[in-house]
Design a protein around this ligand. Structure first.
Ligand code: UDP
Length: 328
């Protein structure tokens, strides 16, 4: 049985990865410090013999006694609201956390895949974004803590690859959605669905003309799985190229939920990218991968998940564990 360590295991993507690797017959060791993750996302795995969980902050030395075949580094706050609240932890997990896990990969002779992001392209001046594009990032803006940490992550990962011959994989993840997204993490999809379910107006930032391209989580997980098993060490975009304006997206959520509420407009956050769409030709060519779930189907599945949340959860302002991390 092969063994995989998944950091950020209690988060949205990490928990779906745990499910996938369990399904593939791996022993899965999950790790999370639970700042933004929730045990609820993985509690269904606790009774399994081939699943273990450690509550640990990967910015501190990471010890695992098992032999490891693979490491998937998915620990990081990942929404603009989160990294505004915990900027230092965001920087540390991308930088020191990645360093620790690369060291672990080297010591265990394991292959490591790190979760990078379309944010390395910043507010892109090239459209759609190809892996060869170097980006347009403001290092000292509010998103700088995330964008630069992920850029550093890519740099140190390549350095371990070339200097220490560690087997590394880098995925650049574009906007992804699905069940287990945190309702109040500030991202646009849970924000809109939460507002619709609470009977509030939908808040579109700016004039709603900015675009995003949303990928359903199962498609993303398939892309990650294929990239991990490939022999390709340079970054690969994984995302769904189907691009939509945020204004139109709000209309889709209004249709989906049948809410009577309307769209209201709020100021556009600083450095909010105006356009984002992945060029996925590399993933198509190297991994024979492309997304299969279209947005109407994916949104339906995601909405069904949000409908299972209790009234209490729906009205909680924030259900993450920031205590002790935010300056009040
Ligand atoms: N957005 C919005 N209303 C919200 C939350 C987000 O209009 O309540 C916009 C946000 O300004 C951005 C887009 O939706 O243009 C996607 O935001 P998200 O935070 O989901 O991810 P990003 O791609 O910006 O990291």
């Amino acid at each position: 049985m092969k063994t995989v360590l998944i950091t950020g295991a209690a988060g949205f993507l990490g928990s779906h990865l745990c499910d996938r690797f369990i399904k593939e017959g791996y022993k899965v060791i999950g790790m999370d410090n639970l700042i933004t993750g929730s045990l609820k996302n993985i509690e269904h795995l606790f009774s399994l013999e081939n699943f273990e969980f450690y509550q640990h902050d990967v910015t501190k030395f990471v010890h695992v006694s098992d032999d490891l075949d693979y490491i998937l580094h998915f620990a990081s706050p990942a929404s603009p609201i989160d990294y505004l609240k915990i900027p230092i932890q965001t920087l540390k997990v991308g930088a020191m956390g990645t360093h620790n896990l690369l060291g672990l990969a080297k010591a265990k002779n394991a292959r490591i895949l790190v979760a990078s992001t379309s944010e390395v392209y910043g507010d892109p001046q090239v459209h759609p974004q190809k892996e060869e594009y170097w980006g347009h990032v403001n290092p000292v803006g509010p998103r700088g803590v995330y964008d630069e940490a992920k850029r550093y992550m890519e740099a140190i990962t390549m350095a371990y690859h070339t200097f220490h011959s560690v087997e590394t994989r880098i995925i650049r993840i574009f906007n992804t959605y699905g069940p287990r997204m945190r309702l109040n993490d500030g991202r646009v999809l849970p924000a809109f669905i939460g507002q619709a379910l609470r009977g509030e107006d939908l808040t579109v930032f700016g004039d709603g003309s900015q675009t995003r391209s949303f990928c359903y989580v199962d498609d993303l997980v398939e892309g990650i799985y294929r990239l991990l098993l490939s022999d390709y060490a340079s970054p690969v975009n994984i995302g769904n190229p189907n691009e939509i304006t945020i204004g139109d997206f709000a209309e889709e959520i209004i249709q989906l939920t049948g809410t009577d509420q309307q769209v209201i407009y709020k100021p556009l956050p600083t450095d909010d990218p105006t356009q984002r769409q992945p060029d996925i030709s590399k993933a198509q060519e190297i991994l024979d991968w492309e997304p299969k779930v279209d947005r109407s189907e994916g949104l339906k599945l995601t909405y069904e998940y949000f409908l299972t949340l209790s009234k209490e959860e729906l009205h909680k302002k924030d259900h993450n564990n920031f205590d002790g991390y935010i300056k009040r």
